[in-house]
Design a protein. Structure first.
Ligand code: FES
Length: 120
């Protein structure tokens, strides 16, 4: 069973390997975009840099490798950030949506997540 754990929302969402992370977030009606992305985004073609997520757990192969688009768009961003629209799910992972505006209790949310086993 593949699970994406969304630590901001406190949700474990079951998905299929190969699913696109942006499409999963939208399907589950979670908020992917900050204000800039809400006002306008590229609908997942890797051009707007508004679908940031950070990878907070899982193994290093949980998600597809960084694409050339992400290498360009994430140049000055933390190493664990991805563009959700460019990311395919391979196995269970822990994700923070909108890492550009992290919740004030992020450390607490991470600890809660770490205490729950993540299926592979
Ligand atoms: S939705 Fe525009 S870069 Fe991902």
């Amino acid at each position: 069973m593949t699970i994406i754990r969304f630590i901001r929302e406190g949700l474990d969402i079951q998905c299929k390997p190969g699913e696109n992370l942006r499409e999963l977030v939208i399907r589950e009606k979670l908020q992917l975009y900050g204000l800039k992305g809400i006002l306008g985004n590229c609908s997942g073609v890797g051009q707007c840099s508004t679908c940031f997520v950070s990878v907070e757990g899982g193994n290093k192969n949980s998600l597809s490798p960084i694409t050339s688009v992400e290498e360009e768009k994430l140049k000055n961003r933390p190493e664990n950030w991805r563009l959700a629209c460019q990311t395919l799910i391979k196995s269970s992972a822990v994700i923070l949506t909108k890492p550009q505006s992290p919740p004030s209790n992020l450390d607490e949310l991470k600890k809660i997540s770490e205490n729950k086993k993540l299926p592979r």
